[in-house]
Ligand binder design. Structure first.
Ligand code: 7TS
Length: 431
């Protein structure tokens, strides 16, 4: 009998996944055919989608998995004895196993499904944080953090009387000051929460090294993997972090599902977050006992189709190969960076070399929103703004930047067209 897990990706489709079973590099151009949305015109021009840091597009296999789940297997999980509920539960728990393999967690009990990166960080702040932090304790962050890895800690700090400290970044390159980090990583710091890959300027942080240093001082670590999980191989055991969070929608999966990895020893000691159905062992009118992790942290009916479709997305990414994706992203970004650098009056942010798959820039005397609006007229989707990193923007002395963020289905030809358009915008404003 067919199960929802089988329904996610059939054997035939798996065999046809790009690069499946082959060692040759994938045909990047052909992969585009797996993404229906890419084949359209916008304002009469072929779409060039360079807003992948905001959200990635979805391959057909993910869209099909969602459709099939609702057409054939939809039921609530963990509560039915009937066939559909069993199928849904198997597929949902199968997705957890798949995520554990994707991150190389020790086991699936270390994987909690959330709504996304933001929810994962809030969960840790309001459970582990409330339990372990008190007056005078310090939460260490970098100046690169997305608001998601800043505001939850501010809220927690205010509640428990803790304080935030920041490892500074230097110059427009925005690299973290390693010497200051060494000085700051000491008591009373209790937690070091760090972004793996900066969404706004493309810095890649050496998080394995940082986690090792923190661990040697008894400091708990959280890695914000929103921009790394779908773009490079991630092994949480090799990183040595205590918590790792990411969002399904930036990794070719649907919106509404995310992942919190937590080291088993920590998850086990953490109190529940939200209360409700499915997270309990036994309830009476005054008192409740709770399930073990991960179910302790998944109150109520979860997003069921989300993890099941995320399973298909992770299969897809691994068939392409995350090491290859990372290389392709970086090559595109370096190519774009080097081309943009030849435009007079451009200011580029982030590292000159070794950047992640995005470029962040400002044209002299042109607002980032004007760049984005004019690029849109040419069918190019960019993002302009503070990228939810207002403190970093202030540190760089700007309000906003324009950003092009790439993924494996983007091509060098698209980058050529993008650079041509940016050059034309610069000329238009500086006539
Ligand atoms: N952390 C980082 C580093 C991010 O880039 C983002 C989203 C988040 C956390 C939050 O993820 P969410 O899925 O919970 O919203 N970054 C972006 C971006 O760069 N443009 O739009 C969203």
């Amino acid at each position: 009998m067919e199960t929802a897990t089988d329904a996610a990706v059939t054997g035939r489709e798996r065999a046809e996944l790009p690069g499946a079973g082959a060692s040759a590099p994938p045909d990047w151009q052909r992969l585009r055919d797996d993404f229906p949305i890419l084949h359209q015109t916008v304002h009469g021009k072929p779409l060039i989608y360079f807003d992948n840091a905001a959200t990635s597009q979805k391959p057909r296999v993910v869209i099909e998995t969602l459709r099939r789940y609702y057409e054939r297997d939809n039921a609530n999980v963990h509560r039915g004895i009937h066939e559909l509920s069993n199928r849904a539960t198997r597929a949902y728990e199968g997705a957890r196993e798949r995520v554990a393999r994707f991150l190389n967690a020790r086991n699936a009990e270390e994987i909690v499904f959330t709504r996304g990166t933001t929810e994962g960080i809030n969960l840790v702040a309001q459970t582990w944080g409330l339990q372990n932090l008190g007056p005078g304790d310090v939460i260490l962050l970098t100046e690169l953090e997305h608001h998601s890895n800043l505001v939850p800690w501010q809220l927690l700090a205010r509640r428990v009387g803790a304080r935030l400290a920041f490892v500074p970044v230097t110059g427009d390159e925005g690299t973290v000051d390693a010497r200051r980090l060494e000085e700051l990583l000491a008591p009373p710091v209790k937690l070091f929460a760090m972004v793996h890959v900066s969404n706004s300027i493309g810095v890649v942080n050496p998080v394995a090294e940082w986690c090792a240093r923190a661990r040697s001082k008894g400091i708990v670590t959280l890695v914000d993997g929103a921009q790394s999980a779908g773009h490079m191989p991630v092994d949480v055991q090799a990183l040595g972090c205590d918590f790792f969070v990411f969002s399904g929608h930036k990794t070719c999966g649907p919106t509404g599902v995310g992942v919190l990895y937590g080291r088993h020893e920590l998850l086990q000691q953490m109190p529940p977050w939200q209360g409700g159905g499915e997270m309990i062992l036994s309830v009476d009118f005054q008192h409740t006992t709770f399930k073990a992790p991960p179910h302790r942290f998944e109150a109520g009916t979860p997003d069921i189709s989300g993890p099941i479709a995320l399973h298909a997305a992770l299969d897809y990414l691994d068939a392409v190969g995350r090491a290859r994706i990372w290389q392709h992203d970086q090559e595109l970004a370096q190519y774009a960076y080097d081309q943009l650098a030849t435009i007079p009056g451009i200011r580029l942010f982030g590292p000159k070399r070794g950047r992640a798959g995005l470029v962040s820039f400002l044209l002299h005397d042109v607002h980032a929103h004007d760049v984005v609006t004019l690029a849109d007229r040419e069918g190019i989707a960019l993002r302009g703004g503070h990228h939810c990193t207002q403190p970093l923007m202030r540190k760089l002395g700007v309000e906003s930047t324009a950003r092009a963020s790439f993924y494996f289905y983007n091509t060098f030809e698209e980058v050529d067209r993008f650079v041509e358009v940016i050059r034309a915008i610069q000329k238009f404003f500086n006539r």
